[in-house]
Design a protein around this ligand. Structure first.
Ligand code: C5P
Ligand code: MG
Length: 168
């Protein structure tokens, strides 16, 4: 018997000068980058929350608080791997990841395959289980005005074995 679970994640970071723009572990050439305690990889953070959501394991700030010096400027893909390991410890395996980055500029579509590959390698999944989409905000609101970037993710988890897991 196997059980399927779905989780949703969302994140936002400010865009500022003098910071790198890192999305799914890939550094994108850009005048502006994302501000945050870690490397501010908004896409990785949304995927982390989607995994945690599917497994009902809280949220990113609960496991990796932004007050903890360990996560200062850290590689968010490391946090993503740790999150996957927490889900695996409960018997959950990632079936697929779908995601959207909302950013006015630069254009990201030329980086899609690099981002998918980096995420697939990080999670140890086949490329066709990882989807990354891009949207502008049509110049409207903080994202549209180039002040921030957002990401959304949906993750499906499969758990092999008997019925729903009860927390002890
Ligand atoms: O937001 P909009 O619908 O105008 O985006 C059209 C297409 O532009 C998207 O489907 C995506 O492929 C691409 N895009 C991009 N980089 C962005 C935003 C959108 O490559 N920052
Ligand atoms: Mg974040």
């Amino acid at each position: 018997m196997s059980e399927y679970r779905t989780g949703q994640g969302w994140d936002v970071h400010r865009l500022v000068a003098g910071r790198p723009l890192i999305l799914g572990g890939v550094t994108i050439p850009s005048e502006f980058g994302l501000e945050g305690h870690s490397d501010a990889d908004v896409l990785a953070h949304a995927i982390i929350d989607a995994i945690l959501g599917a497994a009902a394991m809280g949220d990113i700030g609960m496991h990796f608080p932004d007050t903890d010096p360990r996560w200062k400027d850290c590689d968010s893909l490391m946090l993503l791997q740790q999150t996957q390991a927490m889900a695996v410890a409960r018997g959950y395996h990632i079936v697929n990841v779908d995601s959207t980055v909302i950013l006015e500029r630069p254009k990201l579509k030329d980086h899609r395959e690099a981002i998918r590959q980096r995420l697939a390698d990080t999670l140890g999944l086949e490329l066709d289980r990882i989807s990354v989409k891009f949207k502008t905000a049509e110049k409207v609101g903080p994202v549209g005005e180039g002040r921030s970037a957002e990401a959304q993710a949906v993750v499906s988890l499969q758990r092999m074995g008997s019925g729903p897991f009860r927390e002890s």
